[in-house]
Structures are given as structure tokens and as C-alpha cells.
Design a protein. Sequence first.
Length: 237
Amino acid sequence: MRERSTTTLTSADGTAFSAATALPEGAPRAGVVVLPDIRGLHPYYVALAERFAEAGVAAVAIDWFGRTAGVCADGVRPEDFDWQAHIPRTTPEGIDADVTAAIDHLRERTRAGLPVVAVGFCFGGSHSWRLAGGGADLAGCAGFYGRPALVGDAADRVVLPTVMLIAGADTATPVAEQLALADRMRAAGAEVDAVVYDGAPHSFFDRSAQDWADACRDAWEHVLALIDRAGDQRAGG
């Protein structure tokens, strides 16, 4: 890994927000904006950005709460951060602006035109699927156990390749709702890779990873395949 650091980025509306960047040793084939769960820039997502860099991908994990809680005092949100007071105050417009700033940051640190995909989890997974319908210069979007209600009408505009990684025993969002969202996005013209991991709980990729190693390994491969596709398409285009 060439670099790992926490930094402060600035959106077009002037909002400063925290981010964690990890760059690979060689030239990255693509980039990833990591969209965390409701906890914001939790240490898990800093480590995940580093995992992407180790796989040859430039990555930046962002925080959700620059507009309402300021930048993270120690670079990450603490375990006792009161996300419940801040999640309702996020907006799609603010999230889109922050994702755009993160994409620009990756391209500034690597190369112009770097293909970038979004990879999100729970709240972040929902917004990753939403972003597949526009709002940022992305080449693809992947989401783990998101909520279709947060995608809204963007589902009818989705054209980007989209990966949906679905916990089969998700008690937060019924599997049927997520599969219905996949069908709706396909009807809009998107290629959707929707995978259900039977018996896996919500947050299986992070909080229950040790118990769901095979599912996590398979989900990781689906994400890397999306990234490779983005890199190949940009190289060919």
C-alpha cells in the first residue's frame, strides 16, 4: 500500500467532512468510494478502504455527518457517536455532493478519468443503489443490505451496472422488497447482479464476518468483478 491517511474533504456547497484514503502501490485500475452504514466513518470502513488498496484499487471512505456534527475529531467516529440524532438530517443532495467530492479527490490523487464505483453498506448501500440512477460520475454501484425505500424513484432511472448483496435473514429489510427493487432497476435498463445469502443476517459482511466467511468471500468477489468491469470499460472506451 502506497498511502493510507485520514483527511478533510470539501463539498461544492462548502461542507467539510472527514474521509479516509488508501492508495495501492501501483497504478490503480479503478477507484471506490466507500459509503458506510449509519455509524459514519467507523474504523471498520477505514480498514475496508485499506483492503481495497491491497487489492489494487484506490479507495476513500467518507463520513456522513460533516453538515451536522462537523469533522471527526480523531479522524473516525467513536463507538458512542449519537448517529440517531444525525442520520435523519442527511439529504440526498448533501450525500451526492460529498460523493462527488470524494470522486474528485481520488482522481486528483491518482489520474484524471479514473473509473470509480460506489460500495455501500446498510444506509450507505441504499444510497449506492440510488446513485446508480445518477447524481455522481460513477461507473457502477454496489450495495449490501440496503433499504429500497431510500432509493425511491431513482430506481426508474438506473442505467449503471448494479450489485445487490442481500442478507437472506435480514430483519431490517425483507428480501422480497430488495428483489423487487432489482426487478424495477432491470426494467429501467440496468444490469443488476442480485445475490441472496441464505440465512445470513443483516451486517453479515462486517459485524458477523467470522460466522459467514464463505458468504463474505463470495460477496467480495462480486464487488471486485464490478470494479474490474468498470476498469475494463473505461480502458476500452
